[in-house]
Design a protein around this ligand. Structure first.
Ligand code: PYC
Length: 311
């Protein structure tokens, strides 16, 4: 029996598995995450894919932490692979743990495969996460993108790897979502074909575009293509972290000053950073999350789509 609690953070869904996930042992979280992706991808896809979910959804498997100071360990995944960290899903996880009566308002440490993050639950629906140290790896990388021509951007780490495009050829506005998906997917293919990777050969599997905000409180509006191939409805916590790292490195935004990021659907995160070690920053992302359902997933052997729809 697999029991889940669904929430959304700024429109982006998180499905927390509270019972019935695979037993990954008690090794380091990075090892357990590898095991999940290598041996249980079918389970992950069954939980998140249509007809139960869709590619935009992120799963959060609760696991025992190694570090005893952590309230929980968690492995994030989407319909195609694991995520290192996930900002929106960490906010969703906090609200879910509160809903379950497992935490109250306050500050907690959470262990993820890419490090320990701190998080604060402010009230039943609002929370902050102090993300892993984030940094820009390379500036002004140009690539030839099929049908679009030359595109230039920065490569940065915010808990996942991002290619942040400086000037989007397509205006970052809701009515262009289809075109933005095509453009960013073509950029990701170009990164792959031109073998442009992160320092240890990791794929750069998130692409982020920027434009003028519609909301007067916001400094920018973004569009983020996720590694699942779908786009983030929220302003993307790890994407904001990567963006802040670039702004900080270019001297364009000072430490501790609020940067409000608007998402492609208009939801907002309040963000800020402090300098960490070397050229790394420590970002804080604040947003709101709401529980949408509690469910027991059924995997009927007679159901041809019990493991999700795949083409
Ligand atoms: O909020 O970090 C995030 C995120 C990554 C992918 C989807 N959301």
């Amino acid at each position: 029996m697999t029991r889940v609690i669904d929430s959304h953070t700024g429109g982006e869904p998180t499905r927390v598995i509270i019972e019935g996930g695979p037993d990954l042992g008690n090794g380091p979280l990075s090892q357990r995450a590898r095991l999940l992706e290598d041996n249980y991808l079918e389970f992950c896809r069954a939980v998140l894919c249509e007809p139960r979910g869709y590619d935009g959804m992120v799963g959060a498997l609760i696991v025992a932490p190694i570090n005893e100071q952590c309230v929980t360990g968690v492995i994030f995944f989407n319909t195609s692979k694991n995520l290192g960290m996930c900002g929106h899903a960490t906010l969703g996880l906090l609200v879910t743990l509160y809903h379950l009566g497992q935490i109250s308002f306050g500050v907690y440490k959470i262990e993820t495969p890419v490090g320990i993050v701190s998080a604060q639950l402010h009230d039943s629906n609002s929370a902050s996460v102090i993300n892993v140290e984030s940094y820009r790896y390379k500036k002004n990388i140009s690539l030839q993108v099929e049908k679009f021509g030359k595109v230039t951007g920065d490569i940065a780490w915010g808990g996942n790897w991002f290619f942040l495009v400086q000037n989007s050829l397509i205006s970052v506005q809701t009515q262009n979502i289809g075109k933005l998906v095509n453009f960013t997917s073509a950029i990701r293919r170009a990164l792959e074909l031109q073998k442009i990777t992160a320092p240890n050969g990791e794929p750069i599997d998130h692409v982020e575009l920027y434009g003028k905000p519609n909301n007067k409180k916001a400094h920018s509006k973004n569009f983020v293509l996720c590694s699942s191939g779908d786009y983030d409805r929220s302003p993307c916590g790890t994407g904001c972290s990567a963006k802040l790292a670039c702004l900080a490195e270019d001297g364009l935004w000072p430490e501790n000053k609020e940067w409000v990021q608007e998402s492609i659907i208009g939801s907002l995160y309040s963000t800020r950073y402090k300098w960490g070690s070397g050229h790394h920053i420590i970002p804080t992302i604040t947003g709101s999350a709401f529980i949408t359902s509690e469910a027991t997933l059924k995997f009927n052997l007679l159901d041809p789509y019990r493991n999700g729809i795949s083409f």
